[in-house]
Every structure is written in C-alpha cells, then in structure tokens.
Design a binder for this molecule. Structure first.
Ligand code: CAA
Length: 283
C-alpha cells in the first residue's frame, strides 16, 4: 500500500501541524476546513513555522517554498477522491466525526485509509460509521505537532495488519515515533496524562499549594517541560474536561471524576491559552 497523497481535515492547531509535517516529508497534502479563511489561517501558521526553521538553518528557503507548494487548499470533502490517506483532525465530537467519516467513505477511493487524530473517542465506533472499518485507524499526534515525536497508533477492532503497517511506515517517514496501542478510553497518552492534570487541579482546588508551586514541583522535581496547570492551559481546559468525562464514562470509575474547579473554569469560558485566560492569564 503506497501513500503519496494525504488529505487533512481541520486546519486548526492539530490539523495544521499534521499538514506541515506531511508536506515537509514530501507528501502532497489537501488541507481541508469548512471555510476558506480557516485554511488560510492554518497555512499562515505553517509558513511562519517553516520560516523559523529556515532562520534556524534547519531547512533552505527553497525547501520551505517546495513544502508550501505541496499544500493544496480544500473546502470540499469530495477532494478525498485524490487521497491515499485522510487524516481527520476536526472537533472532538462523535456526531460530527461520524458524519465526516460517512462522507469520506463515499468520496475516498476504495484503497484509501481513513485515519482520525481523535484524542480519546473510540476508533471502533468511528470505523463502524463506514463501509470500510478494516481501513480505519487512529493516528494520535501530540501538540505541538512539529515538535513532538510521538504518534500513538490505535487499531480499531477490524483494522488490518496491512493498514497498520502502512500507517506505521508513514509515521516513520514523517520523522515521528509510532507507538501501537489498543482502542480503550483515552488510549495510553490521555489515560495517564489527564488524571495527572485533573489531580493537579484538585491539588489547587483543595488549597494544597498555589498554581505556580504546583507547576514548579512537577517541572523541577519531575523534569516535565511544563507544569500540569500550564500544560492544561496549553491543551485547552474544555478539551481536558471532555477527555476526563470520556474516561469517567468509559471506565465508570470515580477516580476519573473531573475536578469541580475544572468544570467551573470551562463554564466561565476560561479555556486556557486560546481564550486568554485559564489557570494563568495570557496577553
Ligand atoms: N509549533 C511549532 N513549533 C513550536 C511550537 C508550535 N506551536 N511551540 C514551540 N515550538 C518550537 C519552538 O520554535 C522551538 O524550536 P527551536 O528549538 O527551533 O527554537 C522549540 O519548539 C522549543 O520551543 P521554546 O524554546 O519556545 O519553548 P520550550 O523549550 O518551552 O518548548 C514545548 C515548548 C515544546 C511546547 C515544551 O514546553 C513542551 O514540550 N511542553 C509539553 C508539551 C506536551 O506535553 N504536549 C502534549 C500535550 S497532550 C496532547 O497533545 C495530546 C492530547 O490529546 C491532549
């Protein structure tokens, strides 16, 4: 199974990052979003990231231009007709995702793989919305995509070995490290990361320490690049709450109950870095 053309659904932080690394690795990429200005904004960020790489001497101006030229703007899911693999990075909502997958299943060629960058939704359920569940797989990139090495690869119940191998090979070509995991709530990354973040929020909620102290303990004591509260702001508090709810519902275990302070912040619209305020205030 040879992958040459990629389509990425969603030109936000994750989709844009995925399109960037694919274009840098030589793939032709259709970058799709609902509106043209979303795609334009995504490409602007990619261009900025690539310019920084040129300044740092990691790539030449020509390589940057060639990578940008490999990105094709798309507003229509029908463009999946050109793709060998589609990587969906739209919002974390099962109804929206299954609707996209149904349309992609109709539009994409029979050989195409349909991958999702979901951070916690069941791959098997997304796959069941299509007529090709054996060609559906999870490809979970980490934020910021151009920097983070890991891609968690999640097989649905029906995913074939051939599809897994093709995706693993592509991940290596993107200069990323594939790690195979099974389809369980939160997979491995968020099953471990989110309860840690939620516990840090409880630690703040219960007045054990200030936010700065909590983050300092984890940064200096555990060598984490960001403290858990700073990281929660970076990921988005709405996303953190959403994933905790999936873990709570999926396992039915009270150890995954989201901290009331997290709920309160999300209700207040304090969603972290993207909204200008979360645990910290951003200018
Ligand atoms: N896009 C592209 N490049 C970026 C970037 C972005 N958004 N943010 C930072 N970088 C680059 C910088 O340009 C810089 O590159 P150079 O070395 O070439 O200058 C490099 O990353 C380091 O950046 P900084 O020096 O500005 O800052 P830093 O050393 O503090 O690193 C960080 C920033 C890489 C984000 C680091 O703080 C870090 O690793 N944080 C933890 C991130 C993490 O845990 N991500 C996983 C989140 S969970 C997830 O994604 C899954 C989920 O489902 C929720």
């Amino acid at each position: 199974m040879s992958i040459k053309k990629v389509m990425v659904i969603g030109a936000g932080q994750m989709g844009g990052g995925i399109a960037q690394v694919c274009a840098q690795a030589g793939y032709e990429v259709y970058l799709n979003d609902l509106r043209e200005e979303f795609v334009d904004r995504g490409i602007e960020t990619i261009a900025k990231n690539l310019s920084r790489s040129v300044e740092k001497g990691r790539m030449t101006e020509e390589e940057k231009e060639a990578a940008l030229e490999r990105i094709i703007r798309s507003k229509d899911l029908q463009d999946a007709a050109h793709a060998d693999i589609v990587i969906e990075a739209a919002v974390e909502n099962m109804t929206i995702k299954t609707d996209i997958f149904k349309k992609l299943d109709q539009a994409a060629p029979a050989h195409a793989i349909l991958a999702t960058n979901t951070s916690s939704l069941p791959i098997t359920e997304i796959a069941a919305a299509t007529e090709r569940p054996e060609q559906v797989i999870g490809m979970h990139f980490m934020n910021p995509v151009p920097v983070m090495k890991l891609v968690e690869i999640i097989r649905g119940l029906a995913t074939t070995d051939e599809v897994y191998q093709a995706v693993e090979e592509m991940t290596l070509k993107l200069n990323k490290a594939p790690v195979e995991v099974n389809d369980f709530p939160g997979f491995v990354s968020n099953r471990i990361l989110m309860p840690m973040i939620n516990e840090a929020i409880y630690t703040l909620f219960e007045g054990v320490a200030t936010k700065e102290a909590i983050d300092d303990v984890m940064k200096m004591g555990m060598n984490h690049p960001m403290g858990p509260l700073e990281l929660a702001d970076f990921i988005g508090l709405d996303t953190c709450l959403y994933i905790m709810e999936i873990l709570h519902e999926g396992f039915g275990d009270s150890k995954y109950r989201p901290c009331p302070l997290l709920r309160k912040y999300v209700k207040a619209g304090w969603l972290g870095k993207k909204s200008g305020r979360g645990f910290y205030i951003y200018e």
